[in-house]
Design a protein around this ligand. Structure first.
Ligand code: NDP
Length: 456
C-alpha cells in the first residue's frame, strides 16, 4: 500500500453492491483508508432487488406444487390461500436485515460510507453532493440497470426493479423476454397463481444455454401452465379499461394486469464522468478493463456488471476481492472467467457449468454427449409429470468433462459441486470411478456410460 497522504482516501469505491463492498472491506483489511458511496441502498442489485428477493419468491411459488404433491404421499392438505402482501412484507424484512448486515460489515471494516450518489469530478476526485473527496485509487462498481426497448406504451411496463413492490399479485401478467429473469418470473407468477403469458422473440428460451436445457425448460414452462409464445414480438402496449393490451407483431394480442419486461440489463455509467477523465467506455456502456480490472486510466479500476464480463454476483465479488488483493495486498490476482457455473431459478431450475454441446462442437471439436432424462423419484408417488435432464459434454481427445448441464430439482446445488470437477479439468474416468449416492438424482452423473451421440 502507498504511503501517500496527499489524498483523503487510498481507495474510493463508487457503488456499494456485491463487488464494491467486497473490494472496500478487503482493501480496508490491508490497512487502506477506504471510502464508499451508494445512491440507493447498500447491498446492491443482488441483495436489494435481485437474486435474494427473487429466490425467496421462488420458494414461495413452489409451495403450490408442494401442497399438490403431498397428496401422493398420503397427506390431505386443507384449502390453501396465498397472501401477496404478507410475502412482500416478510421479504422486505429480510432485505432490511441483510442491508443492516452490509452496513455493519462496512462499519466494522472501518470504511467511510457516503449514502449518496458519487460522480467523477477529476482523475482522483469524486463529487458527493456539494463535497469533493480525493483518492489515490478509484473503483467503479456501479453495476447495471434494466433495459427496455423503445416501443409505444413502454412506460406502462415494469421491470425487475418494480416487480418486488407491486401492491398486489397480478391476476394476469405478460413477461417479455426469454432470459434469466423472464424464465424465473414466469415460474414465480405461475406458481403464485397468476395467469402467465411469456413472450419471447426467439425459437427457444435461454439463448446461449445448452440446447437440451433450452428445450426442457421450454417444455416445463408449458407443462406447468405458462402460455409460452415463441417467435413473438411486442408491437405496442395500450392501456385499456380492462387492463394493459399487449399487441403483438403477428396481429395477436393479450390483455393483462402487468407487463414485466426482462429484456436485459445495461451498465450503469450514465453521468458518472468516466470518459471525461479518460476511462474508455464502449458504446453499449461497458467499462473496458484488463484482467486485473484496471481501466484505461492506471489508478481507476472497475468490477462487476459495469464491466459486463460475466454478469453474476459471485463473479463481481471475486473480481472485487482480486482487485483489493492486487492493489492493496501485494498479490497480483488476475481473474479467470473460464468455467463459471450459473443457475436459472426457473421451475424446475437449471444448473450449468462449462460448454454447451453447441459451443463444445465449435471450440473443442470432437465431443461425446452423455444424456439422461427421467422422472425424479419424488414424482413416482406425487404423480407429477415433471422431467429431469442431466448431461455431460466430454472432450473426446483429452477425456476432460467440459460441460455439466442439469434441469431439475436441486440442479443449482448439484452443479455447484460438479463445477469443482470441471474447473479442475477432471476426466470422464474420474467421474466413472466415483461411486454414486443412492437414491439420488445426481448419481446419474457418475453412472452414464454410453454416449447418446458424438460429434467430430
Ligand atoms: P438476459 O440477457 O438473460 O435475457 C434478455 C432477454 O431479452 C433475451 O431473451 C433476449 O432475447 C430478450 N431481448 C433482448 N432485447 C430484446 C428486444 N429488443 N425485444 C425483445 N426481446 C429482447 O437478461 P435478463 O434481463 O433476463 O437478466 C439480466 C442479467 O442479469 C442476466 O444476463 C444475468 O447476467 C443476470 N441474472 C442472473 C440470474 C441468475 O444468476 N440466476 C438471475 C437474473 C438475472 P435474445 O435471446 O433473442 O437476445
Amino acid at each position: 500500500m502507498s504511503e501517500t497522504t496527499q489524498y483523503d482516501f487510498d481507495l474510493f469505491v463508487i457503488g456499494a453492491g456485491s463487488g464494491g463492498v467486497r473490494a472496500a472491506r478487503i482493501a480496508a483489511g490491508y490497512g487502506a483508508r477506504v471510502g464508499i458511496c451508494e445512491e440507493s441502498r447498500v447491498g446492491g442489485t443482488c441483495v436489494i432487488r435481485g437474486c435474494v428477493p427473487k429466490k425467496l419468491m421462488v420458494y414461495a411459488a413452489h409451495f403450490a406444487e408442494d401442497f399438490e404433491d403431498a397428496r401422493g404421499y398420503g397427506w390431505e392438505v386443507g384449502e390453501s390461500r396465498f397472501s401477496w402482501p404478507r410475502l412482500i412484507a416478510a421479504k422486505d424484512a429480510e432485505i432490511d436485515r441483510l442491508n443492516q448486515v452490509y452496513l455493519r460489515l462496512l462499519a466494522d471494516a472501518g470504511v467511510t460510507l457516503y449514502q449518496q450518489r458519487g460522480t467523477l469530478a477529476g482523475p482522483h476526485e469524486v463529487q458527493l453532493g456539494s463535497e469533493t473527496v480525493s483518492a489515490e485509487h478509484i473503483l467503479v462498481a456501479t453495476g447495471g440497470r434494466p433495459w427496455v426497448p423503445e416501443i409505444p406504451g413502454a412506460e406502462h411496463a415494469i421491470t425487475s426493479d418494480e416487480v418486488f413492490h407491486l401492491d398486489e399479485l397480478p391476476a394476469r401478467v405478460a413477461i417479455v423476454g426469454g432470459g434469466f429473469i423472464a424464465c424465473e418470473f414466469a415460474g414465480i407468477f405461475n406458481g403464485l397463481g397468476s395467469r402467465v403469458t411469456q413472450l419471447y422473440r426467439g425459437d427457444a428460451v435461454l439463448r446461449g444455454f445448452d440446447g437440451d436445457v433450452r428445450r426442457v425448460v421450454g417444455e416445463e414452462l408449458r407443462n406447468k401452465g405458462v402460455d409460452l409464445r415463441l417467435e413473438s414480438d411486442v408491437e405496442r402496449i395500450v392501456k385499456t379499461d380492462d387492463g394493459l393490451r399487449v399487441d403483438l407483431q403477428d396481429g395477436e394480442c393479450v390483455v393483462v394486469d402487468e407487463v414485466l419486461y426482462a429484456t436485459g440489463r445495461v451498465p450503469n455509467v450514465r453521468g458518472l464522468g468516466l470518459p471525461e477523465v479518460g476511462v474508455e467506455v464502449r458504446a453499449d456502456g461497458r467499462v473496458v478493463v484488463d484482467e486485473l480490472s484496471c481501466t484505461s486510466v492506471g489508478h481507476i479500476y472497475a468490477v462487476g456488471d459495469v464491466t459486463s464480463r460475466v454478469n453474476l454476483t459471485p463473479v463481481a465479488i471475486y473480481e472485487g476481492h482480486a482487485f483489493a488483493d492486487t492493489v492493496f495486498g501485494g498479490r497480483t490476482r488476475p481473474v479467470n472467467h473460464e468455467f463459471v457455473p450459473s443457475a436459472v431459478f426457473s421451475q424446475p431450475p437449471v444448473g450449468t457449468v462449462g460448454y454447451s454441446e453447441e459451443d463444445a462442437i465449435h471450440h473443442v471439436g470432437a465431443v461425446d454427449i452423455f444424456l439422461s432424462e427421467f422422472r425424479p423419484m419424488k414424482h413416482t408417488l406425487s404423480g407429477r409429470n415433471e422431467k429431469m435432464m442431466m448431461k455431460l459434454v466430454v472432450d473426446r481427445e483429452s477425456q476432460g468433462v467440459v460441460g455439466v448441464h442439469i434441469v431439475g430439482p436441486d440442479a443449482p446445488e448439484i452443479v455447484q459441486g460438479f463445477a469443482v470437477a470441471v474447473k479442475s479439468g477432471l476426466t470422464k474416468d474420474r467421474f466413472d470411478c466415483t461411486i454414486g449416492i443412492h437414491p439420488t438424482a445426481a448419481e446419474e452423473l457418475v453412472t452414464m456410460r454410453t454416449p447418446v451421440r458424438s460429434h467430430g
